[in-house]
Design a protein around this ligand. Structure first.
Ligand SMILES: Nc1nccn2c1c(-c1ccc(Oc3ccccc3)cc1)nc2[C@H]1C[C@H](O)C1
Length: 274
C-alpha cells in the first residue's frame, strides 16, 4: 500500500516549478528506518481546490495506490503521500523538466540525446501500457531529466486521480487543458486509452525535435479538432526530425485509435532503430 508520510518527516526547501495540479518544491524526507536516513525528494503540493468535490479522496487514494505500485527506471517513483496538506512525495529529477532544458539549449540539442530520450519515454509508457495504466497527460512538460542520459515520466494518472469538478477536464477552461496534445477522440468525446496516450507521445516527440515549439500554437480546441478531423492536417515534420521518426509520428496520429501502434511496438521499433 502507499506509504503515508507524516508532515513532520518532510522538510520543504526551494520551489522547483509549477507542475500540473500544484507547486513542486525540493524537499528532504526523513525516512523512519534504522538508522533514520534523509533523502532528497520532490514534493508536489496539490492545490486544495482539486479536492472540492465529495468522494475525491477515495478516488485519489485508489489512483495513488496504483501509481505507487508502478516501478520502472523511466517513471518518477512515488515514495508516498502526506495528507493535510495533501502532498505527493516523489523521486527528485535533479535536472528538472525536459521542455525547460531543451528550450534553454536554443536549438543545440544533439539528436542522439533526443533519440535516447524518445526510446526511454517509449519504454516507460510501454510499462504503463503493460500494467493497463493510462497517463492522460503525456507531454514534454511532464518528462523530467534525472541526468542528460536518463529521463523519467511524471504525473502519470494524475488527471484521473484529480478529475476536474465537472470531471471533463479536457473541456474545462479553469486549468490549462492539453488540447494541442489530445487525440481527437479525447477532444470530441473524452475517450482516453493507450491509443490516445500514443497520440500524445508523438506530440511529445514533435516537441523534442522542434527544440520546444508549442504544437498548434495560437489555435483553440475546436480549430485544432477541425484541422485534424475535417482537413486531415497534422503537425508538420520538424526540420531536425529524421524521416523514419516522422513516419512513426504520423502512424501515432492515425484518426482511428486501433490503427495506431502500441507502446510495445514503438519500443521494439526504437530498440531496433537505435
Ligand atoms: N520529480 C521532480 N523532480 C524535479 C523537478 N520536478 C519534479 C516534478 C514532479 C512531477 C510529478 C510529480 O508527481 C507525480 C509523479 C508521478 C506520478 C504522479 C504524480 C511530482 C514532482 N516537477 C518538477 C518541476 C518541473 C516542473 O516545472 C516542476
Amino acid at each position: 500500500t502507499t506509504c503515508i508520510i507524516l508532515e513532520k518527516d518532510i522538510v520543504l526547501h526551494n520551489e522547483l516549478g509549477n507542475g500540473s495540479f500544484g507547486v513542486v518544491k525540493k524537499g528532504e524526507w526523513k525516512v523512519s528506518t534504522q538508522p533514520p536516513q534523509t533523502i532528497p525528494v520532490a514534493v508536489k503540493v496539490l492545490k486544495a481546490d482539486a479536492f472540492s468535490q465529495p468522494g475525491i479522496y477515495d478516488d485519489f487514494r485508489r489512483e495513488v495506490e496504483a501509481m505507487h505500485s508502478l516501478h520502472h527506471p523511466n517513471l518518477i517513483k512515488l515514495h508516498g503521500v502526506v495528507f493535510h496538506p495533501l502532498m505527493m512525495v516523489c523521486e527528485l529529477a535533479p535536472m528538472g523538466a525536459l521542455l525547460d532544458y531543451i528550450r534553454s539549449q536554443n536549438g543545440k540539442v544533439s539528436l542522439n540525446f533526443i533519440s535516447k530520450w524518445s526510446s526511454q519515454v517509449a519504454a516507460g509508457m510501454a510499462h504503463l501500457e503493460k500494467n493497463r495504466f493510462l497517463h492522460r497527460d503525456l507531454a514534454c512538460r511532464n518528462i523530467l531529466l534525472s541526468t542528460l542520459e536518463l529521463v523519467k515520466i511524471g504525473d502519470f494518472g494524475l488527471m484521473r486521480a484529480l478529475p476536474d469538478a465537472d470531471d471533463c477536464y479536457v473541456m474545462s477552461e479553469r486549468r490549462r487543458v492539453p488540447f494541442p496534445w489530445c487525440a481527437p477522440e479525447s477532444l470530441r468525446s473524452r475517450q482516453f486509452s493507450h491509443a490516445s496516450d500514443v497520440w500524445m507521445f508523438a506530440v511529445a516527440l514533435w516537441e523534442m525535435y522542434t527544440f520546444g515549439e508549442e504544437p498548434w500554437i495560437g489555435l483553440n480546441g475546436s480549430e485544432i479538432l477541425r484541422l485534424i478531423v475535417r482537413d486531415g492536417q497534422r503537425l508538420s515534420a520538424p526540420n531536425a526530425c529524421p524521416p523514419d521518426v516522422y513516419m512513426l509520428m504520423m502512424q501515432c496520429w492515425d484518426l482511428v485509435p486501433k490503427e495506431r501502434p502500441t507502446f510495445a511496438g514503438i519500443q521494439r521499433y526504437m530498440e531496433t532503430n537505435k
